[in-house]
Design a protein around this ligand. Sequence first.
Ligand code: OFO
Length: 176
Amino acid sequence: MKTSIEKALNNQINAEIYSAYLYKSMEMYLQSIDLPGMANWMNVQTQEELAHAEGLIQFVNTRGGRVVLTTIDAPKKEWASAAEVFADAYEHEANVVTVKINKLVDLAIKEKDHAFNQFLQWYVAEQVEEEDNTSTLMKKLNRIGDHTPGLMQLDGQLAARVYKPPVIPGTSVGAP
Ligand code: OFO
């Protein structure tokens, strides 16, 4: 594996763990304002992000690279409302993570590393889902506004989210 790719993958591993840290922080905020269902949604999201990191870690190891873990930035810890939390989650997915994944694909193409490019395609598709999930919840919360019964109803729905490990091809993540 080329050094440029190993470095970029190490950065992405850090970014995925940061995402987990950010969603954990959102979970803590949602707990603090008594929205346990939304907090549960963020708890599941945190686990998904750690699985994304694990997939990248396994890919680096399989290709003979070296994973080096570095400092994870402290995440934001306060928001004004649940709506603001989910707006931030959407913004993070669309304008930070998807951009990073697309840059990795650009690098794979530039370096003519077809195995890397193929591996990344799962992450490309996953970002479409991540953006859709967070954008749907952001829009619902914007519609609900300060309407408490609506907020409680959505909170009840999000309490049902259960973590199912994603199946990341070429790794043991989600493998039976
Ligand atoms: Fe790893 O997809 Fe969200 O951040």
